[in-house]
Design a protein. Structure first.
Length: 201
């Protein structure tokens, strides 16, 4: 805990730590987060991050682990709306525009028919074709990275269990280390996030 305080992480956020889980979102502001290209896509209302607008990505840039995570558990409560598309990037890094070029994406898509990859897909690597949960209901996305293994769960159900092969050749889309980013995909994609937390391993 002293290490967190030394980096300037607020005592309020430290108090929210539970069994190693640390909150990355205070429920009131976007402190510790930085949006790319269209910052107006992200706002905070009623304790939730609201994603609504043109393409943008909201990167965690706060003091926890100096926003650089290798092995971790990450959880966020998510609610989609009809036709929305989003995602949670990990092992990524801030970039001013475009789709994040580093790391992996855990897909969020329950009814965006232009893309067949559904919620909890490890985007473009281990894709899920069936919709696991309906729109307009909260679900918990749980991403674990330990060594070369990625596990994605939704409401406690394992959807993806992927082990990255040695010497895999996908440019920067591989396990390394980095931060998290929430995706604003397009103006028709209204998505909500809350209870965003991490447990470094």
């Amino acid at each position: 805990m002293m290490g967190l305080l030394a980096t300037g992480f607020t005592t309020q956020a430290v108090a929210q730590s539970d069994n190693g889980w640390i909150s990355l979102f205070d429920g009131h502001t976007l402190d510790g987060w930085k949006a790319s290209e269209n910052p107006e896509t992200f706002s905070v209302k009623e304790g939730r991050i609201v994603v609504d607008g043109p393409r943008a990505h909201l990167f965690y840039q706060g003091p926890v682990n100096d926003h650089n995570f290798r092995d971790f558990e990450f959880k966020a409560d998510v609610m989609t709306t009809e036709g929305s598309n989003s995602g949670i990037f990990f092992h990524t890094q801030y970039q001013e525009e475009g789709w994040p070029s580093k790391g992996y994406e855990a897909q969020i898509n329950n009814s965006y028919d232009k893309d067949p990859r559904r919620t909890a897909s490890l985007y473009g690597v281990d894709d899920i074709k069936e919709t696991p949960f309906p729109d307009n209901e909260w679900f918990t996305m749980h991403i674990t990275v330990e060594g070369n293994r990625i596990v994605i769960k939704v409401d406690g159900k394992t959807m993806v269990d992927y082990t990255e092969p040695e010497n895999v050749d996908r440019g920067e889309n591989v396990l390394s280390s980095g931060t998290f980013a929430l995706q604003g995909h397009d103006p028709g994609s209204l998505v909500y996030f809350k209870n965003i937390r991490v447990k470094p391993l």
